[in-house]
Design a protein around this ligand. Structure first.
Ligand code: ADP
Ligand code: GLC
Length: 511
């Protein structure tokens, strides 16, 4: 089967979050299963690629036309890479915006990217299935079923759309429709209109043949008002086409037995290297050497409202009264950067912070910390808690989305479980879970070792999930022309039930 991935970021070329890990590892696993996989990304600054000998593409934009080029990035692990190259749009300092503010022309940038993806199919490589990810690729299904609806060459092409995060809509003012060449007929509640704005994610939810999201629990949650970000009605309307497929992780990059970025290698048979990693972590974060005997909690995260750091703010003084240390790495919303910097200033011997994006430090935290904290308000899947399991770093998480699906609460009676969970989104619940973990860490080393080994034995490699995607692609291919006649893909034919709540989505925010 021929599968084209269309996404706004993917390792080893570009990354701001977990999407990039998935866009590297899933294609690689599909290729290993024998599929032909191509990944199409924007060509951002410093991406090396060579032009392919096809005519320049022509994409309508506003009153004019744009002429992005397709460049080739070669093959890696059996996966072929191509880029959409338009330096004015993509050769910038960051992917989606600078200093906490989105680029003002993100709608145009990603509309061009989506248009170019379809032209790529026509002129360079025609897949059986096109697999789009998040709002930045959301116009692919919309354009295919509108602008290109009568194009014979694209008739058989099926579209799968994966929701990595319902919180980012790609929502723009109404005038954007004209700028990016979308017909006014799409500005209806049954199509792309959302509270007076145009919404790329909503368009993708309505026009794709099949939808997936990145954990079974999140697939259920996004049908509810609490987690739907105002689009839960649209999701419920398409529930028959939605599956939750848990993300895997790439153990060739994230395993303490092979990791070259950490101070020492270790395995379930011999955990002694973890102590060297802890020492190295304390040095990297300027924490006192005597902390080696104390529990160290690690955090690696985008600093965003989704991640639950308000709860840390709520309980910071109680938490930092405990005899522990925290090593936190993250960057993002200025409000959280400020919070973490202030905590580090107030508690220099206990709270180490690096406000940065730093892959090496991320690995050092996974290996050197005793516990890993993810108190997310919502978490579609989450990868760091899964990495933590492999590193014997015990996750303390809120029981939401993929965090709930991947972490089993420790049961002292049976010794089963891989971490600590709390349900309610509030400070005392978070503090309670951390204190439970601290108490076992301090009082019962054998139980603690058991939790570590339980986690290290878990296998979240991509093999199983990649096979599930392959099954879905096959179903989509067989789905054939039914799509053209089913009402749920036709805007206007079936009214999307929009829940009348104030939308909580972050508009056009990048990730
Ligand atoms: P999300 O995609 O919502 O950010 P995930 O847990 O799925 O959350 O993935 C986050 C990925 O980004 C992980 O690979 C993590 O190591 C990485 N990451 C996040 N913040 C940083 C940072 N400040 N420095 C280095 N890596 C980071
Ligand atoms: C999103 C989610 C995260 C998920 C990642 C990859 O950014 O926030 O939970 O793991 O995408 O699917």
């Amino acid at each position: 089967m021929k599968i084209l991935f269309v996404a706004s970021e993917g390792l080893p070329f570009s990354k701001t979050g977990g999407l990039a890990d998935v866009i590297e590892a899933l294609p690689k696993s599909l290729a290993a299963l024998g599929h032909e996989v191509t990944v199409l990304l924007p060509r951002y600054r410093n991406t090396r690629a060579v032009p392919v000998p096809v005519p320049t593409l022509t994409i309508p934009m506003g009153d004019g036309l744009r002429f992005p080029r397709i460049e080739e990035g070669g093959a890696l692990h059996g996966v072929q890479y191509y880029f959409v190259d338009d330096p004015e749009y993509f050769d910038r300092e960051q992917l989606y915006g600078v200093a906490g503010k989105d680029y003002p022309d993100n709608a145009e940038r990603f509309a061009e990217f989506c248009g170019a993806a379809i032209e790529f199919c026509k002129h360079v490589w025609m897949p059986d299935v096109i697999h789009c990810h998040d709002w930045q690729a959301g116009l692919v299904p919309v354009l295919l079923r509108t602008r290109y609806a009568k194009d014979e060459a694209l008739r058989e092409l099926r579209v799968i759309f994966t929701i990595h995060n319902m919180g980012y809509h790609g929502a723009f003012p109404r005038e954007t429709m004209k700028k990016i060449g979308l017909p006014e007929t799409l500005f209806t509640i049954e199509a792309m209109e959302f509270y007076g704005r145009i919404n790329f994610l909503k368009g993708a939810l309505i026009f794709s043949d099949f939808l997936t999201t990145v954990s079974p629990k999140y697939a259920e949650e996004i049908k509810t008002v609490e987690y739907g970000h105002g689009l839960d009605g649209v999701v419920r309307n398409r529930a028959d086409r939605l599956t939750g497929i848990l993300n895997g992780v790439d153990y060739s990059a994230w395993s303490p037995e092979r990791d070259k970025l950490i101070a020492a290698r270790y395995s379930p048979k011999d955990l002694s290297g973890k102590l060297a990693c802890k020492k190295n972590l304390l040095e990297a974060f300027g924490l006192p050497p005597e902390t080696i005997d104390k529990p160290v909690i690690g955090i690696v995260s985008r600093f965003a409202g989704q991640k639950g750091f308000d709860l840390i703010e709520q309980v910071a003084s109680d938490l930092l009264e405990e005899d522990l240390a925290i090593a936190a790495l993250g960057a993002g919303e200025p409000k959280y950067e400020k919070l973490f910097r202030e905590l580090a200033k107030a508690f220099p011997a206990k709270f180490g912070v690096k406000v940065a994006y730093d892959n090496i430090l991320a690995h050092k935290i996974e290996a050197g910390a005793d516990m890993f904290l993810m108190p997310s308000r919502y978490e579609p899947c989450g990868l760091n808690q899964i990495y933590s399991l492999k590193y014997g770093t015990v996750p303390v998480v809120r029981a939401t989305g993929g965090l709930d699906d991947t972490i089993d609460a420790f049961d002292p009676a049976t010794g089963s479980g891989t971490g600590f969970k709390f349900q309610e989104y509030d400070g005392p619940a978070l503090l309670g879970a951390i204190q439970q973990a601290l108490s076992i860490f301090r009082s019962d080393p054998a139980a603690w070792r058991r939790i570590q080994l339980n986690g290290m034995a878990r296998d979240f490699s991509w093999k199983v999930s990649a096979a599930e995607y392959a099954k879905l692609y096959e179903a989509a291919r067989k789905f054939g022309n039914q799509r053209a006649t089913t009402s749920s893909n036709q805007p206007g034919a079936k009214s999307a039930k929009i829940t009348p709540v104030v939308p909580t989505g972050k508009g056009s925010h990048g990730r």
